[in-house]
Design a binder for this molecule. Structure first.
Ligand code: SAJ
Length: 405
């Protein structure tokens, strides 16, 4: 039996993939409503192919509970927020999940932490729990770390094809977990020690954040010197060893905008480039706001309600608003500033003056700020023909007037 703890963005797809590949799986979540929805197959995800995998998992008798069950292997995939003040990881959810596991785990069980955690978390916060719950670490209880690399919007494909890292203290445990993930993962599975696995995961996202920060800083420089940052990046990337990412309105999501802070929090005197990159990316919503105000002035728009912010999610074609640049911008201006908002993926009201129909949103606005380039707006560019468009994603070439970063 495999018990996957945490039916969220990572835990649910992982549980379904394991079950659909023939493993006996129980998915556990502390939220009774989530458990009930899963047991009655009410969850319909926008993730490509997730619904097919779900059906296969059900045919292989996956079950969902609000408590941990006896299992040979536990996979913990719960949130790991960072403390906004200290920038250090808040491991409370992971610690609580492991405590819940250790209350029912049989001797000899393996507990795999999938959650992204800062280097040293398992050593400092998780391993000490073994003794507290009457186990002998490395004797009748084992821990491992198996961070994921899947990207929202393409999770199932990436679960099957991305290479993976497994960190374990004992080689035999690493091999056992590698065999388990090989039941659905066709990528390379690299075995290493736990702290290396913890650090590697954080490093991957930090690398991406620094790369994006360079693109964003370039965008600001090019706004000063009047050059086209997109043209410069496109040409520079022709170099065989250059791969500059794209500038944007900021960096959102629960990963790239969070993980680098673990390094800053733990190595504050050393992680200077990492910190600077986070500060550059976090400065982009304010940069977008300043540019929007200039565009309003240039076009004689004085009424904030005539400005429409398109996109509330942190990136295109997902329904995730965590750390979204639009919500960062909304926090800067405040909820009564008057901008209109719209996102086809967000059906519930999360900000004031949020529209739920594209045509109504466009009918009541003159300047459209593209914060998230959902396929919906790419397929409806014709509706922007008479608009002033500030395209922070450089995905559209439309509008009676178009501005870019
Ligand atoms: N972004 C840019 N410019 C770019 C690329 C992204 O501004 O060129 C922005 C996006 O709009 C978004 C943010 O960065 O706001 C993050 O988006 P993302 O697609 O880069 O990353 P995530 O957070 O969806 O997923 C990342 C991935 N990590 C890497 O690509 C190194 C994914 O593989 C991880 O599994 C995931 O973090 C995670 O869970 O850690």
């Amino acid at each position: 039996m495999i018990n996957v703890v945490g039916m969220g963005y990572i835990g649910l797809p992982t549980a379904l993939m394991l079950a659909s590949s023939g493993q006996e799986v129980t998915g556990t979540d502390s939220n009774d409503k989530v458990v009930e929805q899963l047991n009655t197959r009410q969850i319909n995800s926008d993730e490509k192919n997730l619904n097919d995998v779900f059906d296969k998992a059900i045919s292989n008798d996956i079950s969902f509970t609000n408590h941990c069950v006896k299992a040979n292997i536990y996979i913990v995939a719960v949130p790991t927020p960072f403390d906004k003040t200290t920038k250090k990881i808040d491991p409370a959810f992971v610690i609580q999940a492991v405590k819940d596991v250790l209350l029912v785990a049989p001797k000899g069980a393996i507990v795999v932490i999938e959650s992204t955690i800062s280097p040293g978390t398992i050593k400092n916060h998780i391993k000490p729990l073994a003794t507290q719950f009457g186990f002998t670490l490395g004797g009748n209880i084992h821990f491992a770390h198996a961070p994921e690399r899947i990207i929202p919007g393409n999770m199932i494909y990436e679960l099957q094809h991305n290479s993976r890292t497994i960190g374990a203290d004992e080689k035999s445990v690493g091999e056992q977990i590698k065999a388990l993930y090989s039941s659905f993962c066709q990528g390379d599975i690299i075995l290493t020690d736990i702290e290396t696995a913890e650090m590697t995961k954080v490093v991957e996202n930090t690398y991406r954040d620094i790369n994006i920060a360079f693109a964003n800083e370039l965008a600001k420089i090019c706004h000063i010197n009047g050059l086209d940052v997109y043209e410069i990046i496109k040409i520079a990337n022709k170099h065989p060893r250059v791969n500059i990412l794209q500038p944007g309105p900021g960096v959102g999501g629960h990963c790239i905008s969070v993980d680098p802070w673990f390094l800053v929090g733990d190595y504050s005197d050393t992680a200077k480039l990492t910190k600077a990159a986070r500060e550059i990316n976090d400065s982009m919503p304010a940069f977008v706001l300043d540019r929007t105000k200039t565009i309003m002035a240039e076009n004689g728009v004085t009424d904030n309600s005539r400005v429409g912010i398109y996109g509330l999610t942190y990136k295109e074609n997902v329904n995730d608003v965590r750390e979204s640049p639009t919500l960062q911008l909304h926090d800067i201006v405040g909820e009564d500033y008057g901008f209109a908002y719209y996102d086809p993926y967000i059906g519930r009201d999360i900000v004031k003056r949020q529209y739920h129909d594209l045509d109504k949103f466009l009918a009541n606005t003159d300047i459209i700020v593209i914060m998230t380039a959902h396929n919906e707006i790419l397929e409806n560019v014709n509706k922007l023909a008479d608009k002033i468009v500030f395209d922070t994603r450089n995905k559209l070439n439309v509008g009676r007037k178009t501005y870019k970063l």
